[in-house]
Design a protein around this ligand. Structure first.
Ligand code: ASP
Ligand code: MG
Length: 413
């Protein structure tokens, strides 16, 4: 049986015509090798940023519907170029936009969710020996409008198509060799992982690892799509994202993620009575500010401090919102810091082992890094530290769990 593959190429993989040709060579090789392939592509590197910038040049708050028409244009360019390059190689390729193949979403402009994919068109292409080249990141709202899925959303197009077609594998080709134990730009001996579970990947993606769009990973869990992240620049097996935990002993920690764009706010000295947290966080939510970690601490005098983190971009707005309700809350003051970062360790092995947190805290203590906040779940531990210690913290934790490649010791003899 020929395999059915969905191959997705990100922006850097099609950043110029040379790379478009290289992608075409790779896809053509799969097709010649006997696989049936659905290709999904992103806009050429930097193009979506450029288009977004144009929108903001025209108006400070661009209408989301028009932003979707604008941003989705980048993918229309790359599917056309790649289809031509494939045809040049004797492949019967056809560019396909979301509207043409029926990628149906809700009507939430700029952050739409896929609800259904009409598989008939794609199946007809495949049955006729045609390689469909699908524009990633875009869908069609119930009223026929173009929608997009949020930045990085082409991954989700690919995985959703793989789920709908029950493909044998969804391959996400990118500019790194797979998922690493930590960002190789920070940690020199970071190691490529052969496999991670989708639970771990979901945590890593939402905690700041930028390899995959979070929603694409949700599809892996929901539909069991075998997903592989691999390099379009080098050969190599990449990283498989699985639904199964292997029978092998799981490492305590599989990988580290970090997020730099964080800020924290503290409401000081509010009376410790029922309803305080909701009175503070209610208005924050109403202002569409997403809250991440929350810590509440009751002092000896019966008043309480509540600290929470938000995205750095929302910091000023969050401060203003709190200032507006400080009197009503009876709070003694408001403090904040927008130079913090979050470092997280993720691993399904934590489920069955105690002492993981201590090892992480010891590693930070040894480097004299102060931990400002802590939050844990079954498979992750996150800490907030001053942003200037971020790199040091990541390296220290990476070492403490022995995540890196062994560093070759020079033979003195
Ligand atoms: N072109 C879109 C972006 O830059 C979608 C993607 O690349 O996945 O966010
Ligand atoms: Mg991407």
């Amino acid at each position: 049986m020929p395999r059915l593959l969905v191959q997705k190429f990100g922006g850097t993989s099609v950043r110029d015509i040379e790379r478009v040709n290289a992608v075409a060579d790779r896809v053509a090789a799969s097709v010649v090798g006997g696989d049936r392939v659905v290709v999904v592509v992103s806009a050429m590197a930097g193009e979506t940023d450029r288009l977004e910038g144009l929108g903001f040049e025209v108006v400070a708050r661009p209408p989301p519907r028009e932003m979707d028409v604008l941003l989705s244009a980048g993918e229309q360019v790359s599917v056309a170029l790649l289809s031509m390059a494939l045809m040049e190689r004797g492949c019967r390729a056809r560019s396909r936009l979301a509207l043409q193949i029926g990628i149906r979403t809700d009507g939430n402009h700029t952050k739409a969710r896929i609800e259904h994919i009409d598989v008939e068109g794609l199946n007809a292409d495949l049955a006729g020996g045609v390689t469909p080249v699908v524009a990633g990141f875009q869908g069609t709202a119930p009223n026929g409008d173009i929608t997009t899925f949020g930045r990085g959303g082409s991954d989700t197009t690919a995985v959703a198509i793989a789920a709908a077609l029950e493909a044998d594998e969804c391959q996400i080709y990118t500019d790194v060799e797979g998922v690493y134990t930590a960002d190789p730009r920070i940690v020199e001996n970071a190691r490529r992982l052969d496999a991670v579970t989708f639970e771990e990947m979901l945590e890593l993606a939402s905690l700041g690892a930028k390899v995959l769009h979070s929603r694409s990973v949700e599809f892996v869990g929901k539909y069991g799509v075998p997903l592989r992240v691999m390099s379009s620049f080098d050969e190599g097996p990449g990283t498989l994202i699985t639904t199964e935990e292997t029978t092998m002993e799981q490492p305590l920690v599989s990988g580290l993620a970090y997020a730099r764009d964080e800020a924290k706010l503290t409401v000081l000295g509010v009376p410790d009575v029922p309803g305080v947290a909701s009175k503070i966080l209610g208005p924050i939510g109403a202002a569409s500010i997403e809250v991440d970690m929350i810590v509440q601490n009751t002092g000896a005098d019966g008043s309480t401090d509540l600290t929470f983190t938000v995205r750095r971009a929302d910091y000023e707005r969050a401060r203003e919102t709190l200032a507006g309700i400080q009197k009503v809350l009876g709070a003694r003051g408001i403090e904040g810091d927008d130079r913090i970062a979050k470092v997280s360790a993720v691993g399904v092995g934590m489920k069955s082992h105690a002492g993981v947190a201590t090892r992480m805290f010891d590693a930070l203590a040894a480097e004299n890094i102060n931990i400002q906040m802590i939050s844990t779940s079954e498979i992750k531990i996150s800490v907030v530290v001053a942003e200037r210690y971020l790199e040091l913290a990541v390296r220290a934790i990476h070492d403490a769990f022995g995540l890196g490649d062994a560093i070759a010791v020079e033979d003195a003899g």
